[in-house]
Design a protein around this ligand. Structure first.
Ligand code: ZN
Length: 92
């Protein structure tokens, strides 16, 4: 099952990594947010790891620093970006 964590509130989302959060309504848009979002999804981490990260985030810890270090991931998002729906392309 596709799983991802909400960047804003740490809730577990099922479905595509870029879908809207059912708890807080946040949806990532733009290169930076989409890259970070992908790094917090089943594409990159197993379910156990996601649950662990969610628990820590909700306890007040920041997301791991590697969210911003995934150059490969960012390149991939950059290539995919023009084909994404308009509301995902631009940061609000
Ligand atoms: Zn949320």
């Amino acid at each position: 099952m596709p799983l991802a964590l909400c960047l804003e509130c740490g809730a577990m989302k099922t479905g595509p990594a870029w879908s809207r959060c059912p708890e807080c309504g946040y949806r990532p848009a733009g290169l930076e947010a989409l890259t970070r979002q992908l790094a917090l999804s089943y594409h990159y981490r197993c379910e156990e790891e996601l649950l662990d990260l969610a628990g820590r985030f909700r306890a007040g810890e920041p997301w791991p620093a590697d969210l911003e270090l995934q150059e490969e991931l960012r390149d991939w998002v950059e290539v995919a970006l023009p084909d994404l729906p308009e509301e995902l392309r631009e940061a609000p």
